[in-house]
Ligand binder design. Structure first.
Ligand code: NAG
Ligand code: NAG
Ligand code: NAG
Length: 250
């Protein structure tokens, strides 16, 4: 009798805790705003970034910090660079400058300031600025105080359980390279460390021009991954767990 009671209460506890788990999908660090005032959205986004960047494996959301770059080929006029075995870090410390959501107009704007370090291996063949390059080695790119403005066109959709979700239809961005970018690249000229160092120094002195050539494909790639990661999150977590504002008719 007593044993049965224990069993029944154990099952009850199990049922209740399971009920709790399935009721809410959003992780606890998500604090929904009651309105779309930028002040609340900025704080909620800022508070979510450190945990969100670690990844949410239970929701199929990969890590953004560190963020693994297995292989990124960059074909530019005159030079082919392949970046591989790479890792980008720093996203979890991004400072949120602004967040705007216009639910009716399907507009979501995000502005962040970040320090990002990208480390990995590379091969490069071709010409860069004035120099013929044939290199293979390690490289590190340190981006200081870059400002990224992301303009997202959103949409809404229902999942198979008939719950509403945010969706991302398309996006545009602007990227301000910030105060400084520091390149540390070894072996730009195979077997000639002196020339490699001289050219590296030149690249760093002219980092703005170098970055304008190089930066675009890298940033395109990084933002594509970031937006796709956000999509996975929005696919998993329903609208009403992210924002306590009635969803517009759609
Ligand atoms: C939203 O309103 C609820 C109830 O008044 C409150 O507990 C909660 O803190 C508010 N959320 C935010 C992010 O201000
Ligand atoms: C980026 O690094 C610089 C220099 O180390 C620091 O002053 C700045 O506060 C950092 N910015 C962010 C957004 O972490
Ligand atoms: C963006 O990422 C998706 C999947 O992650 C990929 O299919 C697509 O080709 C990428 N687009 C660009 C422009 O890199």
């Amino acid at each position: 009798m007593c044993q049965r009671l224990v069993l029944v209460s154990a099952l009850l506890v199990l049922a209740i805790s399971r009920g709790n788990c399935t009721a809410k999908i959003a992780p606890d660090f998500i604090v929904p705003c009651n309105n779309t005032e930028p002040a609340c959205l900025i704080k909620a986004t800022q508070d979510a970034i450190p945990e969100f960047s670690k990844g949410l494996p239970q929701l199929g959301v990969p890590s953004l910090d560190p963020f693994i770059i297995e292989e990124l080929p960059i074909q530019l006029p005159g030079i082919k660079v392949t970046f591989y075995d790479g890792k980008a870090t720093g996203l979890k410390h991004c400072e949120v400058l602004n967040v705007e959501a216009y639910l009716e107009k399907n507009i979501f704007n995000l502005e962040v300031k970040c320090n990002i370090t990208i480390k990995g291996k590379y091969t490069a063949v071709g010409r860069l600025l004035l120099f013929p390059i044939n290199g293979e080695g390690d490289c590190k790119i340190k981006i200081i105080n870059s400002v990224i403005k992301l303009n997202i066109k959103t949409k809404y959709f229902k999942d198979s359980a008939n719950r509403d979700h945010f969706g991302i239809k398309s996006y545009r961005y602007t990227f301000d390279y910030g105060e400084r970018i520091i390149y540390t690249i070894t072996n730009l000229f195979k077997g000639n460390p002196e020339l490699s160092n001289t050219v590296l120094q030149f690249l760093n002195e002219n980092w703005r021009i170098v970055t304008e050539e190089f930066g675009q494909p890298v940033v395109d790639y990084a933002l594509n991954v970031t937006v796709n990661t956000a999509k996975k999150f929005f696919d998993a977590v329903p609208y009403d767990e992210l924002l306590y504002v009635p969803i517009p008719k759609y």
